[in-house]
Design a protein around this ligand. Sequence first.
Ligand code: HEM
Length: 599
Amino acid sequence: MSTLPDLETYISASTLFTIRVFIGLILGLLTVFRRDLSCNREYHPDDDDALSIRHESSPDIADQWEERDRSNQQKGNLRRRASFSSLPTLCNTPTRAAAAKQKRRDPTEEILESASLFLSGGPFLAVVLAVIDHLMLTVFLTSVASLGTLMWRQKTGVKEEIIDSSQTDPLHEETLHPQMNQSVHQVAFNAATEYFNEISSKLDNSNNVNTTPTQLPIKRTNRSKSVNNISQLSEEDYIDLITLARGHLDISLLPSETQIAIFSFLHPKDLLCYTCTHKKGARMLTDGSDVKMTADDQINTPPKDSSSTSERKTAMLIWKELFERDYAWILREWEIGREAVQRSLDVLAWDYFDETTLSAYQEDHRSTVLYHILSTTGIHHNLSHEVMLRHSLKSMKEFYFTFAETWLNYTIAGCNSTNKCLIGLHGHVFDISNFVEQHPGSTETLLLQAGRDATVFFETMGHSLGARRLALSMCVVTNVQCIDEDKGDCTLSNKKVSNNWGLLKPSSSLLHAKKSLPGFIIPRKRSKPRSSGALLRIRNALKREAIIELSKADRWGRTILGTGNLFGGVQVYFDPICCQWRWWYTDLNFEPVYTESAE
Ligand code: HEM
């Protein structure tokens, strides 16, 4: 006769339960402990907003961040590089940052979460718990089944011996739970399989999030629509895009119009930083020949494939957009700039020959660069295709930074008459036509130095604060890189001037607040010339060449022209459109004469 489940069964059930709780507790603690130790915590710094807060926060907090960066670097940890400039401030007002953070779910987190569980005994924990569960269930169900069978037999009076319990017993253990038939190793195997399936599904989801730009309001498949969408996007949408792009989006997957729109919000320094982050970034933002190649390499290197050709075209359009935003207005709207472009066009049309042998691709690329440059100026030209093909500018990016370095001497070259007298001081241009004849230091002194950057002469003479204040009222082009923003609060509607780049009109609202503040546009006292902040590689090359050209021009002026035939000396400037050095001097009628490098 069957008996009630004995004490032993209950004891073994409760022991198993206790063991389960105990093991669960130990493994749980182990998991937490190992996660704390694992590299994930260090590798995955808090979040992107930290970077923005760093820029927005007080200097003390910024210092702490710097300190933390340094210590992380010492430990060899990877850390995303902070942007220099406008980007963080643009995209991370605290509320927007919080909203953006809520919107996105970091896929890396998911992956590392899974990996962390795996590393810290996740599958082991799952298998052990499943086996214990199985054993407990078996014991419990066996007990219940035995009890039920006993009661049923007592009630019906059926004798134990003649009963085939498997057919008649309604509470037979096999009918109670199908899993009870499984062996322990089957249960363990199932638990492990389930665990890994779960992880791989998580990883799949994460990868999807990573590679497809589904979070964006713009879909890649619909190109024409995306262009419309772009024009309809507000600045806030762009900021969201940039926020996404900073950590979680492969920008190269976006249509070229979107890429151009995104990059057109950034500081050129940010673009340069982006090119340093990875090869793809460098490819995305490098048009034309790679500057590190030798001349021979450049000639012999064809574009790799059609995708790299389209990447280069996009890069060219990105830099064109930046040029349009930062500099193009002085060539389009400023009379002096328009005259300079006209001079370049004359040179290109009549006496410009590039001796270099170029591949068909490079010819095509260079002529396209020139075409885009001229299109930004809005000046009509009759240059033939052959002339444009001989153009020697390698890339739009090169042009952008070369122009940043040379625009001042290029545009005001020859403007040294009493009717039209322009002078460069600390990177800005001053129109002193109405002042030149009243200048206390004589008119001739000014005329001799006008038409170029005269900072060194101006500072050597040691002008007073009053003279500097006077100069401010004559400023016609302000160079943002040469502004000293520490001279008071020069912000208007929370926009910092230094978040911009390039040249501003004096009427610009960004300058409005503090433009007359001494020290803001030019220094209050004798100082070194302010740096225009262009690429060092280009600046150094141009400086070296300028010294050589000046000495050549000086020799030519003395020997060929003769000192009695010109007013002052022969001056030089680099023409960024023709991509060559040009000379000019003032004849005895006080008319400027422009000529090419003669030696
Ligand atoms: C926007 C440009 C300039 C303005 C507004 C300006 C204004 C003045 C003023 C107000 C003075 C009287 C002294 C003083 O207050 O410091 C002065 C003196 C003088 N300036 Fe300029 N100046 C300008 C550019 C230049 C440049 C480019 C030179 C180049 C060499 C120059 C050479 C002199 C000389 C030699 C004196 C006489 C200094 C003396 O007698 O002690 N100035 N200028």
